[in-house]
Structure formats: structure tokens, C-alpha cells
Design a protein around this ligand. Structure first.
Ligand SMILES: Cc1cc2nc3c(=O)[nH]c(=O)nc-3n(C[C@H](O)[C@H](O)[C@H](O)COP(=O)(O)O)c2cc1C
Length: 164
């Protein structure tokens, strides 16, 4: 069975909810697929090599992906290089107001790894603007969670059926 690896990091809970929604969607899909939902900190190059496709879910912090997510890519990049060429990926970024910097970084790294973008990048905006709101635990809009479930279902189906 094909394996979908969802690698995520979250500081205030938003990206965590999005990652779980992607996993729920993939698990509920018609096509059977093994879904691994892994915190970035605990994900190794062996996990990456063992998977057939990837969804990366991260917050945007200071116009970049979060440091913990970047650390994941730093650790797995060279051990994975030229060993995962052509595998499909998608990314979801949770941001207060922008998100484009984090998406750009993830896409550049994925291009370096010769991954294939299988779905458009999703940016979920939480509208947190003040320091208090930014540091508060997030509650993601149910409609956004639905979109992430749909992404997971479509990604899982594409992976299982071999259309990617
Ligand atoms: C240190 C820090 C820097 C941030 N920088 C940005 C930023 O550059 N652009 C943006 O849109 N949001 C920024 N945010 C807001 C977060 O992206 C937003 O709160 C999002 O919900 C974080 O996802 P999380 O809940 O999974 O941690 C920042 C938050 C923190 C804590």
C-alpha cells in the first residue's frame, strides 16, 4: 500500500489542526493509503525515504517557514537528495496575514529535491495581528478544515491510484 507522510510543526495549534484535517481526509478516502502524521522534530530521512508522497504543514514565522520545519528540511535534504525524485507533494501554511514567504521556501526546497507539486499550495490566514492574538492558541475555521480534508482525500486517492 502507498504511504503518505504528513510532516507538520505548529507553535500555537493552527497548523496542527490543519495537518490533522489532511490526515483525516486521506484516511477517510475511498482508496486505501497508509497515512503517517509526524511532527517535524521527530521525522527523519528514513521516514522520508519510506514514503511515497508528502504533505508539509507549517506556520509562517517572520516571513519564513517556522524554524522547526526548516530544521526538518535541513536534516533530511542531503540524505534524501536524488532518492525521492518525482514523488508528489503538497504544502499548507498557517499564517497571520501573509504566508507567501513560507510557501516560496517550501516550494524551492521541494524543487531542489525534485518533488512534484501535486496540488496548489494552501495558505490559511488566522488574522492574528496583535502580539496577544498571535500568541493565543488558534481555532481554525471549520471551512478551512474541510478544505484540508478535501486535500488529504484527493492526495491520498491520487497516490493510491498512481495518477501522480
Ligand atoms: C514569531 C512569529 C512570527 C510570525 N511572523 C508571521 C509572518 O511573517 N507572517 C504572517 O502572516 N504571520 C506571522 N505570524 C503569525 C503566525 O503565522 C500565525 O499566528 C499562525 O497561526 C501560526 O501557526 P501555528 O498556530 O500553527 O503556530 C508569526 C507568529 C510568530 C509567533
Amino acid at each position: 500500500m502507498k504511504q503518505l507522510l504528513i510532516v507538520w510543526h505548529s507553535m500555537t495549534g493552527g497548523a496542527g489542526q490543519l495537518a490533522r484535517a489532511v490526515a483525516d481526509g486521506a484516511r477517510a478516502g475511498d482508496e486505501p493509503v497508509v497515512v503517517r502524521l509526524q511532527p517535524a522534530r521527530a521525522t527523519t530521512a528514513d521516514d522520508v525515504l519510506a514514503a511515497d508522497g508528502y504533505v508539509f504543514v507549517a506556520p509562517e514565522n517572520l516571513a519564513s517557514m517556522s524554524g522547526v520545519m526548516k530544521d526538518f528540511f535541513d536534516r533530511i535534504y542531503y540524505p534524501s537528495l536524488d532518492r525521492i525524485n518525482g514523488r508528489p507533494y503538497a504544502c499548507v501554511v498557517c499564517a497571520g496575514s501573509d504566508g507567501s514567504g513560507a510557501v516560496r521556501q517550501i516550494q524551492r526546497i521541494a524543487t531542489g529535491l525534485r518533488l512534484k507539486e501535486a496540488a496548489p499550495a494552501r495558505i490559511v490566514i488566522t488574522h492574528a495581528q496583535t502580539p496577544e492574538a498571535i500568541l493565543a492558541i488558534k481555532s481554525i475555521d471549520p471551512a478551512e478544515l474541510d478544505q484540508c480534508r478535501d486535500l488529504g482525500a484527493a492526495f491520498g486517492a491520487g497516490l493510491a491510484s498512481g495518477i501522480f
